[in-house]
Ligand binder design. Structure first.
Ligand SMILES: [Zn+2]
Length: 59
């Protein structure tokens, strides 16, 4: 499992972030309303995306 993914092509951006409530396609924002650097997203967003992907494959 890759520890670092290409920032611009972060697949987690395809879903909304459950942490900062960024909509799908938008980058994550921190508590100050600033975008996270390097196109990073919150771990919860990645986790949610992976979970969704896993569920999709399971069906
Ligand atoms: Zn976020």
């Amino acid at each position: 499992m890759a520890r670092r993914e290409p920032t611009v092509h972060n697949r987690a951006l395809m879903i909304a972030c459950p942490h900062c409530e960024s909509v799908s396609g938008a980058l994550c924002y921190d508590k100050r309303g600033r975008r996270l650097p390097d196109g990073r997203v919150h771990q919860r967003r990645t986790a949610a995306y992976n979970r969704r992907t896993t569920e999709a494959k399971t069906r």
